[in-house]
Design a protein around this ligand. Structure first.
Ligand code: SAH
Length: 392
């Protein structure tokens, strides 16, 4: 069995059970492991630290599967981890309320590089590390046993694959599928996920609870949904009885899907605007428009901490304009899904925006991802989605 031997004093984070080994911490590799193979990680003085998947091309050179020396990383290991993850969801989520659920949230479920989302009868598997690629067939087989009536689609095409030196892998792996988007129920609303072409695995499941919150606040309000994509918030706002919804995105595909969601749910029409949000907000401000409720759910401006500074300007800008467009007594739902922006920094940026807009504002609630996107305490990076409900 190949070994990674760490440099002196580089074992601390692994002893705290953080699952990543950075290439700079490794003194030498013993043996000649293939990409994705399971290797032993040991400290310089020989202490066992974990069984990990080897990613020779990545700066994260290994990801730990287990910290238990007696454990074996084999088919049974994955069977246990998968059924544990599924069981946690069964305990934490109201049964039957939602057909769109994240079943496996990578590191946070002890399965680095592996995301599995379920949309009604379709499971979407998204792999993003050499170790995860190694176990593809095992995962598909076990998922088909756990969910016998389901089709399985693989959607491994995220940007991080290039860092791992892996080629994208996309296609149906089990069962049958006509290729049309999968319709699923979320809190009584019907949504479509397109596992092949949609963002992520087809839909933003991580905003489920926040869509429900937006819906509960919408009654008779004039609302604005910025970065609406396929209209998750737009649909929720209309279902909550909003007086109007203006929904903005730069993607015509996103807007078409949003329009279809509104119609599918038999809701009154929204107004859709294909535009750059930064420019559109300025224009609305120049026109003197005002709203009672604004949603800002932008894309990841800062995928890594290195890009945080430029991203911070982007967040500040949109929040500043949102404050200017908000009526007194209004509500702002503002989000960041950037791993490189901490909750603390995000709050500071929003505070700076309120200050510059001359608005006195309060945090009413702190928001995040729902219980099917848990954050393991030993993996704080899992806590990527942060949001604030602000009232003015
Ligand atoms: N709120 C959505 C998810 C947003 S994803 C939901 O709940 O489903 C981010 C969206 O921002 C994408 O649809 C992308 O097309 C859009 N986008 C990115 N940059 C943009 C810009 N500068 N102006 C307008 N839309 C933008």
């Amino acid at each position: 069995m190949a070994k990674l031997i760490l440099k002196a004093d580089k074992e601390k984070s692994l002893l705290r059970r953080h699952p990543w080994v950075f290439s700079g911490a490794v003194e030498r590799v013993e043996g000649n492991p293939d990409s994705g193979a399971t290797v032993q990680v040991r400290s310089r003085d020989g202490q066992f630290l974990g069984w990990a998947a080897y990613s020779p091309q990545s700066r994260i050179i290994a990801r730990v599967w287990t910290f238990d020396e007696r454990s074996r990383v084999d088919a049974d290991f994955f069977r246990r981890r998968l059924s544990d993850a599924v069981a946690v969801r069964a305990r934490m989520l109201e049964p039957g309320a939602n057909e769109g659920v994240r079943l496996v949230h990578a590191e946070s479920d002890g399965l680095p590089g592996i995301v599995i989302d379920r949309y009604a009868g379709m499971l979407v598997l998204q792999l993003s590390s050499a170790g995860a690629y190694q176990w593809r067939d095992t995962l598909v087989e076990q998922l088909s046993e756990l969910f016998p009536q389901h089709a399985i689609f693989e959607r491994s095409d995220s940007d991080v694959l290039t860092l791992e030196g892996l080629a994208p892998s996309v296609g149906l792996r089990h069962g049958s599928w006509s290729g049309t988007p999968i319709e699923f129920d979320e809190n009584g609303l019907r949504f479509n996920a397109d596992p092949q072409h949609g963002h992520k695995t087809g839909f933003y499941l991580d905003q489920r609870d926040n869509r429900a919150l937006a819906r509960s606040l919408a009654k008779a309000r004039e609302t604005l949904d910025c970065f609406c994509y396929s209209g998750g918030f737009t649909t929720a706002l209309l279902a909550g009885g909003a007086a109007s919804v203006l929904a903005i995105d730069s993607s015509s595909e996103g807007l078409r899907a949003a329009q279809a969601h509104v119609e599918r749910n038999g809701l009154p029409p929204a107004q859709f605007l294909e535009a750059d949000v930064f420019q559109a907000l300025r224009k609305l401000r120049d026109q003197g428009r005002q709203f009672d409720l604004i949603v800002l759910d932008p894309p990841k401006f800062a995928p890594t901490a290195a890009l945080a500074e430029r991203a911070a300007r982007g967040y500040k800008d949109i929040n500043l304009y949102a404050f200017k467009l908000l009526r007194k007594g209004g509500a702002l739902l503002t989000f960041s899904c950037s791993g490189g922006i901490s909750p603390d920094l995000f709050q500071k940026i929003v505070a700076g925006a309120a200050l510059d807009a001359g608005v006195q504002a309060h945090i009413v609630r702190r928001l995040g991802a729902p219980p099917d996107h848990p954050t393991a305490l030993n993996f704080p990076e899992g806590d990527y989605l942060k949001g604030l409900l602000i009232s003015t």
